[in-house]
Every structure is written in structure tokens, then in C-alpha cells.
Design a protein around this ligand. Structure first.
Ligand SMILES: [Zn+2]
Length: 90
């Protein structure tokens, strides 16, 4: 999948079609104001890829809170930490 594509026109000449490709529209991110591909918004995202990654991390944090006997709830963001905890409590 490249941006360039060669094809043959009616006169048998190879034509270079790169510049005739439609430029993807950019829309502004609702969260940070960055421009991102409109096709992403059509998928239902009103934020850019960076903010999408940020939100995904936030979401992960909500289900990574694990109760510890003495410290109460502790935020664990890495799976390795969870595995480590399991070994400790046993
Ligand atoms: Zn953004």
C-alpha cells in the first residue's frame, strides 16, 4: 500500500496519479485541538490518536485498582506489578 500508483491512460502512457488522490480531510481534536484524520471521526472518535491513547490508559486505570490488606486500594498500571502482588499475598 503506497501513496503512489501508476496506471495507463487512453493513450497508452503511464500517468502519475499521486497528485490526483484526494487529500484526507482533517478535523480538530475536541480535547487538545490537534488535527487528525476525518475518517477517524467517522469511526466515532471526536479526539485525536494521542488523546485516544490517553483515554485508553485512563480507562485501564479504573479496572486496575487492586485492594491491598494494609494500604487500601492501590493503583496498578502494569501487569507485571499485578503478578508481583499475587506472589506476595500468597
Ligand atoms: Zn487530541
Amino acid at each position: 500500500m503506497g501513496l503512489t500508483r501508476y496506471s495507463t491512460n487512453a493513450y497508452g502512457q503511464a500517468s502519475y496519479q499521486y497528485w490526483s488522490q484526494p487529500v484526507p480531510k482533517k478535523v480538530e481534536c475536541m480535547t487538545c485541538g490537534n488535527r487528525y484524520d476525518e475518517r477517524r471521526r467517522q469511526l466515532g472518535y471526536n479526539f485525536c490518536l494521542d488523546c485516544g491513547e490517553f483515554k485508553a490508559i485512563q480507562e485501564r486505570e479504573t479496572w486496575c485498582r487492586v485492594p491491598l490488606p494494609k494500604q487500601g486500594y492501590t493503583l496498578v498500571t502494569r501487569k507485571s506489578d499485578l503478578l508481583h502482588l499475587n506472589q506476595k499475598t500468597r
